[in-house]
Design a protein around this ligand. Structure first.
Ligand code: ATP
Length: 306
């Protein structure tokens, strides 16, 4: 009996270790997700960011040749400004951010940063310049301090904690029994979507890139968490050229320009006020979200009263 128990127990241990290793590998591949075909051009130079103006010029793109995803997309995100991208699911919003990060190359047109075609610069310098706060952040099976420091390995403990404070997650971490040394990820404490997103924001604050892509989580967050995340995002985007892929329109009312994507094209563009006045697609999305919010608030009130 004892003899049988030991090997089974050992095998369980091995199985768990393998599973955890696989989880780490998956995390790594997601973070480094990259088309092996994308290579630096011979003689590629590092990107030089002066102001940080991003331009998409007549960009077209498909994953599969028989299904065009982006069609003749042109816009400019001037240095330091915030451009929001909205539209129905599948419209091609996240694809824009993948192209800016050069996970794929465009098939038509070009993307430039301060006038340099991103295909002409080294991928390392491009990715150093762009900070990405993804919808769903992959955490390493390590401490929360390690997970934040991933933004910049040489950051001091004080810098890690300051980034966490700016990302509105420092109080949460300090309340944990092991504080910053708490193990997170598969092996440790599971963080909620909102907490993970704040870890990603803290990482990005540490990295301090001149260009930012914020891919807002689709999952509904409670309003206090949503407010915390909005405040954290507002802080991190000050002075950086920012593309926000937004699902909740309330978060982008103040954006310098809003692009409304529809079936791979920019169907409308303008400020929130101008788009509401135009009474088109955006105004429709806005009205629908307002109604949905009202229903949610009413439901929350009814549940509270019970
Ligand atoms: P959501 O709001 O749901 O995040 P989105 O507007 O960001 O949607 P994208 O993720 O850009 O949409 O996807 C645009 C289209 O491209 C979708 O129809 C999607 O199915 C397709 N697509 C995305 N990634 C791939 C891929 N790797 N291979 C093939 N098709 C893909």
């Amino acid at each position: 009996m004892v003899q049988l128990y030991v090997p089974l127990n050992f095998m369980g241990f091995v199985y768990r270790e393998i599973k955890l290793a696989v989880a780490d590998l998956e995390a790594m591949f997601t973070l480094l997700e990259k088309d092996p075909e994308i290579e630096d051009r011979p003689g590629a130079k590092p990107l030089v960011v002066s102001g940080g103006t991003i331009r998409f010029e007549n960009v077209s793109f498909h994953y599969d040749p028989d299904r065009q995803i982006l069609k003749d997309v042109s816009f400019e995100a001037p240095a330091g400004k915030t451009i929001a991208i909205v539209g129905q699911t599948g419209a091609g919003k996240s694809t824009l951010s993948r192209l800016l990060f050069r996970f794929y190359d465009v098939q038509g047109g070009r993307i430039t940063i301060d006038g340099q075609d991103i295909r002409d610069v080294t991928q390392g310098s491009l990715r150093d310049a762009v900070g990405m706060v993804p919808q769903d952040t992959v955490l390493f099976n390590d401490t929360i301090r390690y997970n934040i420091r991933y933004g910049r390995w040489d950051a001091t403990d004080a810098e890690v904690e300051e980034a966490a404070r700016l990302a509105q997650i420092d109080d949460f971490i300090r309340d944990l029994p092991a504080g910053y040394e708490t193990q997170v990820g598969e092996r440790g404490l599971k963080l909620s979507g909102g907490e993970k997103q704040r870890v990603a924001i803290a990482r990005t604050i540490l990295k301090g890139p001149p260009l930012l892509i914020l891919d807002e989580a689709t999952s509904a967050l409670d309003s206090a968490t949503e407010k915390d995340i909005q405040d954290a995002l507002a802080r991190v985007s000050v002075g950086r050229t920012t593309l926000v892929i937004a699902h909740r329109l309330s978060t982008i009312v103040a954006a310098d320009e809003i692009l409304v994507m529809d079936a791979g094209r920019i169907a409308e563009r303008g400020t929130h006020e101008a788009l509401i006045a135009a009474n088109g697609l955006y105004a429709g999305l806005w009205a629908r979200q307002r109604r949905a919010d009202e229903v949610r608030e009413e439901l929350a009130r009814v549940v509270d009263e019970d």
